[in-house]
Each structure stands twice: as C-alpha cells, then as structure tokens.
Write a protein that binds this ligand. Structure first.
Ligand code: FMN
Length: 161
C-alpha cells in the first residue's frame, strides 16, 4: 500500500501532525503551498484568510512533488479557517481526481472545527473515509500528548489497510 500524507499548514500545527503521521506509517509527505501566501501572521491573517474562505477563493498551487493519484491511501490535513477548510485545500481537492482511495482526514483548529470535515467529505465522494481526527493548536497546547494520540490513531488505521 502506498501512503501519502498531503497537507496545508499556515503556522506549523497541521505540518507537525502530518509529519507525525508520515513517520508512524512510513508514508510520503506532500506539503501543499499556494503560489502567493498570506503575508502576515499577525491579526490581519484572520480577515484576509476569512474572506478567502467566504468568497470561495481557489489559490493557484505550487507544482506537486508527488502525484496524489498514484497512492492507494491518503491522509489529508488542513487547518480550520472560518469553520471550514482552507482555500489551499479547496484548490487541491478540485485539482486532483481522487476516487476509490482510502482517506484519513485531520485538521488543526483553535476552537471549533465547524464544517471542515463535512465539506471535505462532500468533495471526496467516491472514496472511503477511514478515519478523522482534529487537534487544537498542538504546537502551543499539548504537543507531546497530541503526538502520542495521532501516532496511536495512525497505527490503528495503518493496521486495517
Ligand atoms: C484565517 C484564519 C481563520 C481561522 N478560523 C478558525 C475557526 O473558524 N475555528 C477555529 O477553531 N480556528 C480557526 N483558526 C485557527 C487555526 O485553525 C489554528 O490556529 C490551527 O491550529 C492553525 O493550523 P496551522 O498552524 O497548521 O496553520 C483560524 C486561523 C486563521 C489564520
């Protein structure tokens, strides 16, 4: 089984979870990046990123270093933005044609994840969702506990695929 962990992360939390899953399952990693990233990590990231979500913005992405369609199992991760998935994940899911894959979903949030997984699952019809898990800002809250939790989750899923 070829496994890919594909993720977008603006501030590193989702990247941390993605790297932990990839290490546990000896999977390949693919970091999704828009060609133009939001320039500020300060307060204005919220209205700028929030507006991108609300208006359905689909940023152009940098070329992928791996072809997601070549994999049998994918773990897809995104931060929650405005109670939804990120514009970068929206671009990814409309750009790649995934069907018949086994897919695990993960996200990082500050508070509520809202419709993050619901929308991703809608976009991923025709695939089997094998699990989902979310974390609240692991890098600044419970990094080691969250790493332990996600390793266990990935291991259990890995043993079933
Ligand atoms: C534009 C923007 C919108 C956000 N909206 C939400 C939200 O609706 N709900 C929430 O729980 N966290 C929200 N957050 C917080 C992030 O989901 C959270 O900090 C997450 O851990 C960031 O992941 P990252 O470090 O991989 O970028 C938002 C962050 C940004 C930048």
């Amino acid at each position: 089984m070829k496994i890919l962990v594909a993720f977008y992360s603006f501030e590193g939390n989702t990247k941390f979870i993605a790297e932990t899953i990839a290490k546990e399952l000896k999977a390949d990693l693919l970091e999704l990046k828009p060609t133009k990233e939001i320039k500020t990590k300060g307060f204005f990231k919220y209205p700028i990123g929030g507006a991108q979500v609300v208006f359905g913005f689909k940023p152009k992405l940098l070329p992928f270093e791996k072809n997601p369609e070549d994999y049998d199992v994918l773990f897809l991760g995104t931060p929650t933005w405005s109670l939804s998935y990120t514009p970068t994940m929206r671009s990814f899911l409309s750009q790649v044609k995934l069907s018949g894959k086994k897919i695990g979903l993960f996200c990082c949030r500050m508070g509520k994840k809202g419709k993050t997984f619901k929308i991703m699952k809608k976009k991923l019809k025709g695939n089997e969702i094998i699990g989902e898990i979310d974390f609240s800002q692991p890098l600044i809250k419970a990094k080691e506990d969250d790493a332990k939790t996600v390793r266990k989750w990935a291991k259990e899923l890995g043993s079933k695929i």
